[in-house]
Design a protein around this ligand. Structure first.
Ligand code: FE2
Length: 245
C-alpha cells in the first residue's frame, strides 16, 4: 500500500539518520549502562542529538507514507512486504506502515498517526548503542548479550528526549514500549496491557499500563518480524502468525 519509491526514499533517509545517531553515540558503545546514562544527560550530547533533528529530517517521508496509508482501505497485501538487503531499515519502514494502518483502523486522528509513523521509523534507534558484534551475532545470544539488547527501548527513548522531537510523547511511547507485552512479560519495564482498545480515562493514564500506541507498535513489530523471511528461517504463514499474536 506504500509505493516502492516512497519506501526506498524512506529507507535511505532513515539509514543516514541512524548513521548520525550512531556518530553521536559511537564513543559510548559497549560502555556500562551508568556511563551511558551519564553521557546522555550532558548538554553536549543533547546539542548533538538536537542538531540531528529527526523530525525535520524525516518530515517529508512521514508525510508521503501517511498520504499513501491514509488512502489505502484495508490491511490486504501486508503479507507481500518484500525482503530487502538492508533488513533493519526495511523492517522499520514496514513497522511504521503496519502501526499506522492499525492506528488508522481504530480511528486515531491524523496528527497522532504522523507521530506513530515517526515512532515506527525510529523504534529501534536505541540499537545504535548495541555493539554490532551483539546485534549481528549469528546463533543464540548469551544472557548477558540479551541484557544489552534489552537496553535499546530505553536508550531510544533517551535519544528522542535529547533530540527534543515534540511534546506529546507519542513517538517516545512507541520507542520505549514496543517490547512490552500484554501479560507483563515484556521489557524494559514489564508493563501490562488490557487486550482491548476501549479504556477508561483512569486506565489510559495508568503508568503501569502499556500506552495504546505501545501496544500497537508491539503488535506491528512482532507481525512484521514473523511475516518476513530471515536468514535463519522462512516467513511464517498467516494462520501461524495469527496464532502466535
Ligand atoms: Fe526493538
Amino acid at each position: 500500500m506504500v509505493s516502492d519509491s516512497v519506501k526506498a526514499a524512506t529507507r535511505a533517509k532513515l539509514s543516514s539518520t541512524f548513521d548520525m545517531f550512531a556518530d553521536v553515540s559511537a564513543a559510548f558503545v559497549g560502555e556500562d549502562p551508568a556511563t551511558i546514562d551519564k553521557a546522555l544527560d550532558y548538554g553536549e550530547f543533547q546539542r548533538a542529538a538536537e542538531a540531528i533533528d529527526p523530525v525535520e529530517r524525516l518530515r517529508g517521508e512521514v508525510e508521503a507514507m501517511l498520504d499513501e496509508t491514509l488512502t489505502a482501505d484495508t490491511l490486504d497485501g501486508l503479507n507481500a512486504i518484500m525482503i530487502h538487503d538492508d533488513y533493519a531499515f526495511q523492517h522499520s519502514v514496514d513497522v511504521a506502515i503496519v502501526s499506522t494502518m492499525i492506528a488508522k483502523q481504530i480511528g486515531m486522528p491524523p496528527d497522532r498517526l504522523a507521530q506513530i509513523t515517526l515512532g515506527g521509523l525510529l523504534h529501534d534507534v536505541g540499537k545504535v548503542f548495541v555493539p554490532l558484534s551483539v546485534l549481528n551475532k549469528p546463533g543464540k545470544l548469551t544472557d548477558e548479550e540479551f541484557e544489552i539488547i534489552k537496553t535499546h527501548p530505553a536508550r531510544g527513548y533517551q535519544m528522542l528526549r535529547a533530540a527534543s522531537i515534540g511534546d506529546d510523547l507519542i513517538a517516545h511511547h512507541v520507542v520505549y514500549q514496543h517490547h512490552e507485552r500484554q501479560d507483563g512479560d515484556g521489557y524494559p519495564r514489564g508493563l501490562t496491557g488490557q487486550n482491548r482498545i476501549r479504556r477508561s480515562r483512569a486506565e489510559s493514564v495508568d503508568p503501569r499500563r502499556i500506552h495504546v500506541v505501545g501496544e500497537i507498535s508491539g503488535i506491528a513489530d512482532t507481525y512484521e518480524a514473523l511475516v518476513a523471511d530471515r536468514p535463519y528461517r522462512i516467513a511464517f504463514g498467516l494462520e501461524k502468525v495469527r496464532e502466535i499474536l
